[in-house]
Design a protein around this ligand. Structure first.
Ligand code: GLA
Length: 359
């Protein structure tokens, strides 16, 4: 039975996807990364439903023309985009947030599985909308929210409900984005430091490898297990505590995995310094060094990704690398001032973090 909506309780929430400039597979190793939120993201239009029967959540994925409906109090397991809606409702409820029956209309412009973090954008937008609708005060989805706590909650949705053991990179990037800025995230302290993106005519471009990745079934979880195994062998909590000397004696492939993480953390710091100094060509070189490490040490590239990197380099980008978990997805390149956008690429620029668009 379709419920009527309650006209005075509506809101629209937006959460962006992200581009990770550098710092890949470091988040769940308590390392460093430098992402920025992009202009593209997911929008959730929410309307409270009349409370005249069993409280329900109705969700509509407009772009897919698919629907879902489930009891507010008992979200069960689900697949695909529905897993994120069920998970968001369940985790917000478990954390003690007040939720109301609602209809949620989801639209999005982040290509699914492309490495631009469509799933975090979806989860964050859903949570902001549900919090706003359920709140008695005016600023539920606004600045007073504890955004690190919300990032953790959204990450639980990904881990427990979608089955991907991802870290906090995507959620923090989506929640802390700001126009004209990247951010340096320290995943040990969870400090998020703004890094101005003054590119002086250089442009970040994205090319889709055409290969879709699904974290839960890809090698992502396996890489995560390997890092945990390396920590177990070294008797430490996270790879942040290890030095290059410490890891030298690890058996392969653990040594290679750990070396990628340690050297990638160092590259993040170098890239932050280079950006601050306006040395953009150096940033481009660090992108290529990161890619070589992801391909050779972390081994998360694929032939389709390699072909995409080659294509971008041939088209004149000064540095390129796969972004996100790997095993498909997108490639990021840095294009020198004055060069034309290579065919099949889109330009990406930093945009604002997740927010309520309308109440
Ligand atoms: C995916 C995950 C992130 C992060 C990256 C790799 O995007 O969602 O948590 O681990 O892969 O850096």
């Amino acid at each position: 039975m379709r419920r009527s909506s309650v006209p005075d309780r509506r809101c629209t929430a937006f959460a962006p996807g992200r581009v990770n400039v550098i710092g890949e597979h470091t988040d769940y190793n308590h390392g460093l990364a430098m992402p920025f939120a992009i202009a593209e993201g997911v929008t959730v239009r929410a309307a409270a439903l009349a409370d005249d029967g069993e409280p329900l959540i109705e969700a509509i994925a407009i772009d897919l023309d698919e629907r879902d409906s489930f009891p507010l109090e008992r979200p069960g397991p689900a697949e695909g985009w529905r897993a994120y809606v069920h998970g968001a409702v369940a985790e917000l409820g478990a954390a003690g947030h007040r939720l109301v029956p609602a209809r949620l209309e989801i639209t999005g412009r982040v290509p699914l599985g492309s490495g631009l973090s469509s799933s975090a954008a979806l989860t964050v937008a859903l949570c902001l909308a549900l919090l706003e609708l359920g709140s008695d005060h005016a600023d539920a989805g606004g600045r007073s929210l504890d955004r690190i706590a919300l990032a953790r909650l959204c990450s639980r949705v990904e881990n427990e409900w979608a089955g991907a053991r991802t870290g906090l990179l995507d959620q923090i990037a989506s929640l802390f984005g700001a126009a004209e800025e990247a951010m340096c995230i320290d995943f040990q302290s969870l400090d998020v430091e703004p890094v101005p993106l003054a590119l002086e005519g250089w442009r970040f471009v994205i090319a889709d490898s055409g290969e879709r990745h699904v974290h839960a079934s890809s090698g992502y979880n396996e890489r995560r297990r390997e890092c945990a195994e390396a920590c177990g062998a070294l008797g430490i909590e996270s790879l942040r505590e290890a030095s290059l000397e410490d890891i030298a004696a690890l058996p392969e492939p653990l040594e290679r995995r750990a070396r990628h993480v340690l050297e990638e953390n160092a590259r993040v710091l170098e890239a932050v310094d280079a950006l601050r100094a306006g040395a953009i060509r150096e940033v481009a070189e660090l992108l290529s060094a990161s890619h070589a490490s992801l391909r050779d040490l972390y081994q998360v590239s694929t032939p389709a990704v390699e072909a995409t990197v080659e294509r971008l380099l041939r088209a004149g980008v000064a540095g390129a690398r796969l972004i996100g978990g790997g095993f498909g997805g997108s490639v990021l390149g840095l294009l020198e001032p004055g060069l034309a956008l290579p065919a099949g690429c889109i330009e990406v620029a930093p945009g604002p973090g997740a927010h309520i668009l309308a109440r």
